[in-house]
Design a protein around this ligand. Structure first.
Ligand code: H53
Length: 830
């Protein structure tokens, strides 16, 4: 053993509120009761789904008293709440997390065994709620976990999509999307409250009128409306007895709406109206960081934001609360531009419904919001056309114009005579059509604006919003992203967790910086041996899963090289692919002996937005290359490419702990932060990466010797761009690169079809917006350093342990502390 083992000592962990601690017997009784009364079946006649649902209910019941108590306590304390507004929550499976948070794993396992059941089988029955696309949605899920664990009063607000992120399948190597029917087998974790539905208005026009005091005022005469039904989800803190709430809204037709049409005698039309209303929360838009500007998406955004503000003002605040002091009780954190329409909505409520004057309303509004920007890609910053906004939300558009007008006055006063600046800073873009720049609106309205990693926050100030940071330097700050150690270490990597706890005690789960105490063990042969065994065990676990899930066979004893993230050109999956093709080409052409290849399996996981052609073509190419390489006997046992379909949180939990090498190879300056990079490092993978996003901070913390850096820096990228980038010149001057691209063009991977991958290859040769060819050689050289290091097992393991020991900073608990200090100015509830 390795030092003192300590157990969590939070009072509520040992003396839970309301319910006595479970015994195994008590658990069995409750479980069977749920099976009988909820599912209406006996144990002997029950399906795995029945058993899973009964288990979920049992855990839910256990959490219930704590949830009610948390709500009561918070309400009574009248403290400031964090209203996290996010269009996405990529939650992952709930059962495992709930069992962990309640310390019920052992009891459940033993109790189920007594019933002849197996906990892992029941856990595998759960379909994960995939209510997000990627990094942004998963970040929101990590943040609500951390807030619950840190005793921060918070409500997560979002949308209950009936269909989450599509299920990806491959047909002949091409991506085909299937609907995600996550609700089909029951949804035990949600609590619908149709009686508390909120009305949301749309369309129509505005008019002025004179109120009782003789003041001219404005009001909105909407044309149609829908209902928002809240569905509450428990967000249990880790062993602390706190259970926060995630409130997701589902759209329903209003009665009035149907009746009107129904009375007119058109039954079919009435049913259509219902469908129309319910469409609003029907499906998650599957674009990650490339929004399409669709009307329904704006409807979704306003829908959930209007429900959430209404909910907070009417239900969370006590009656008669003086809204002039609203910021003492709430701060709405805007997760990207998606919820920014909340700004004019709050203005509208305060002025049109509560009788505030403009200045009064603005004072309140601008102290109740803060904005997180998650990107630098111009195409990810939403601009809503004024035509659409005016049609859907006429009053909001008026208010936005009003905010802009006053804001530009301020700009002109601060920079007299600088009309160009005023134009640049206007929230209203005039080209290619008139539109509202939501990021500017958020920046003007927010108390703070933050980026999500140091480099990103710097570039946000310098490149995306330079005029704003000149005007208000203090408004800008950084909060580097983090990930929850509960799900991504403790739950996903139980063996490593045990090893860590044996060495330094168990407090690291809520105080991740304590992983530093592992540093001395990096040189301890016994610890190294156990660490390597655990890596091997995680690989075996992954191998079993992929065999059963995808029919993929992973060879054993390989360097496991993993690139999992959304498919996007800026993330450069194509660069990883060029590395693989190049290895293969060198074997084919005899410049590399097969025996000299480091046995390596590359695993890809990536969904492409359904309308993103280049991303889908890249997936196709990866699958085709994989097929040829995997079938080539000469490479057997040396090189393998695996691309399991439908990468999601559930798969990530098995993949990340097994990885040796983490691929974080975006073009410098393009990845705002990345959070997968943190998960890999915390699970003992070494990173090969560019100086981009949070990679910069990971490398600084783990040290250069334990990180494989390659590629241009952001200033170098900018310089090359300014000079004029010609990818073709890299092709011409680098024989290895040329040979790899030529091999693709030869039809080697496309049954002789020389044009199948023209789109991908010619895009790289002639455009290559993200400069993959410019970084190719540097990447190949870095991969050679990877192989050299991997050959020295002890050195590799030492570096892997140091990656774990030195990345405790990337806990989302730390991110939450930073938000509390720098942005929210509140403290956890004692
Ligand atoms: O947000 C992550 C970052 C990541 C960034 C991602 C993101 C989305 O997933 C969607 C839209 C968007 O603007 C940004 O790409 O770098 O880690 C969480 O901050």
């Amino acid at each position: 053993t390795y030092g003192p083992a300590s157990t969590p000592t939070h009072p509520l962990a040992t003396a839970p509120v309301g319910t006595p601690p479970f015994s195994v017997d008590g658990f069995v009784r409750e479980f069977l009761h749920e099976l009988n009364t909820n599912q209406g079946v006996t144990l002997s006649r029950s399906s795995v789904n029945d058993q899973y649902l009964a288990l979920a209910s049992t855990v839910k019941n256990y959490l219930m008293a704590r949830w009610l108590e948390t709500n009561r306590k918070t309400r009574e304390a009248k403290v400031k709440t964090i209203g996290y507004l996010s269009a996405e929550y990529l939650l992952g499976r709930q059962l495992g997390n709930a069992l962990l948070a309640t310390d019920l794993n052992d009891i459940a396992r033993q109790g189920l065994e007594l019933c002849g059941l197996d906990l892992p089988t029941l856990r595998a029955q759960e379909v994960e709620p995939g209510l997000g696309n990627g990094g942004l949605g998963r970040l929101a899920a990590c943040f609500i976990d951390s807030m619950a664990t840190m005793d921060v009063p918070s409500i997560g607000y979002g949308i209950r999509y009936e269909y989450g992120i599509f299920r990806q399948t491959f047909v002949d190597g091409r991506q085909v999307e299937q609907p995600d029917t996550w609700l089909a087998l029951g949804s035990p974790w949600e609590f619908p409250h149709p009686e508390a539905a909120v009305r949301v208005d749309f369309g129509g026009h505005t008019e002025t009128y004179v109120d009782d005091d003789g003041r001219e005022r404005c009001r909105w005469i909407p044309a149609w409306n829908v209902l928002g039904v809240p569905y509450n989800y428990m967000v249990p803190g880790y062993l602390n007895g706190r259970v926060n709430t995630l409130r997701l809204w589902s759209a329903q037709a209003t009665k009035a709406f149907d009746l009107q049409i129904f009375n007119a005698g058109d039954y079919a039309q009435a049913v259509r109206a219902q469908t129309f209303a319910e469409n609003i929360s029907k499906v998650l838009y599957p674009e990650d960081s490339t929004p399409q500007g669709k009307e329904l998406r704006l409807q979704q955004q306003y829908f959930f934001v209007a429900c959430s503000l209404r909910d907070f003002l009417d239900n969370e605040l006590e009656e008669g609360f003086d809204l002039h002091h609203l910021s003492e009780r709430i701060i709405f954190q805007l997760n990207d531009t998606h919820p920014v329409i909340a700004v004019p909505e709050l203005m509208r409520i305060l002025m049109d419904e509560k009788g505030f004057e403009w200045e009064e309303a603005w004072e309140v509004t601008k102290s109740c919001f803060a904005y997180t920007c998650h990107t630098l890609l111009p195409e990810a910053l939403e601009v809503w056309s004024t035509e659409l906004l005016g049609r859907l939300l006429p009053r909001h558009l008026e208010i936005i114009f009003g905010i802009n007008e006053r804001f530009l006055k301020e700009v002109r006063a601060a920079f007299p005579g600088d009309e160009m600046r005023a134009r640049r800073m206007s929230m209203i873009a005039e080209y290619p059509e008139q539109g509202v720049r939501m990021a500017y609106l958020a920046t003007v309205a927010g108390t703070k604006v933050n980026g999500v990693a140091e480099l990103h926050s710097q570039l946000l100030r310098d490149k995306v919003l330079p005029d704003f940071s000149q005007l208000w330097p203090d408004k800008f700050t950084n909060v580097t992203n983090g990930v929850t150690p509960r799900r991504f270490v403790r739950m996903a990597n139980p063996k490593l967790s045990e090893l860590i706890t044996d060495a330094i005690g168990s407090n690291w789960v809520t105080d991740l910086e304590r992983l530093k105490e592992l540093e001395p063990y990096a040189d301890d042969p016994e610890f190294q041996a156990r660490f390597s065994e655990i890596k091997a065990w995680n690989k075996k676990r992954l191998t079993d899963l992929l065999r059963q899930r995808d029919g993929i066979d992973l060879p054993s004893g390989h360097l496991l090289d993993v690139m999992v993230k959304r498919l996007h050109e800026y993330k450069r999956q194509s660069l990883k692919l060029l590395h693989i093709v190049s290895l293969y080409e060198r074997v084919l052409s005899g410049t590399l002996a097969v025996e000299d290849l480091t046995p390596r399996t590359v695993v890809f996981g990536a969904k492409a937005a359904p309308g993103y052609r280049m991303a889908k073509d890249t997936i196709h190419l990866i699958n085709k290359v994989a097929k040829v390489i995997n079938a080539d006997e000469r490479l057997e046992g040396r090189l393998k490419v695996a691309f399991p379909a439908n990468y999601n949180v559930t798969l990530a939990e098995k993949l990340i702990p097994a990885a040796d090498l983490s691929e974080q190879i975006s073009l410098a300056g393009m990845e705002a932060s990345g959070t997968g990079n943190m998960k890999f490092a915390l699970n003992g993978a070494l990173t090969i990466g560019t100086d981009d996003g949070a990679n910069v901070e990971i490398r600084r913390l783990v040290g250069d010797k334990h990180f494989f850096l390659f590629g241009m820096s952001e200033p170098e990228v900018a310089e090359l761009g300014a000079k004029g980038y010609t990818p073709g010149s890299y092709y011409e001057s680098n024989p290895q690169l040329k040979a790899a691209l030529d091999l693709i063009l030869s039809g080697e991977f496309s049954e002789g079809d020389r044009h199948m991958f023209d789109s991908v290859v010619y895009n790289l040769l002639h455009q290559d917006r993200f400069m993959a060819l410019a970084d190719f050689q540097s990447y190949i050289d870095a991969q050679a350093r990877v192989e050299a290091k991997y050959a020295d097992e002890a050195a590799w393991t030492r570096s892997a342990i140091l990656n774990v020991a030195r990345t405790g900073y990337f806990s989302s608990d730390r991110s939450m502390r930073d938000y509390l200090q720098r942005i929210w100015h509140t403290t956890p509830m004692i």
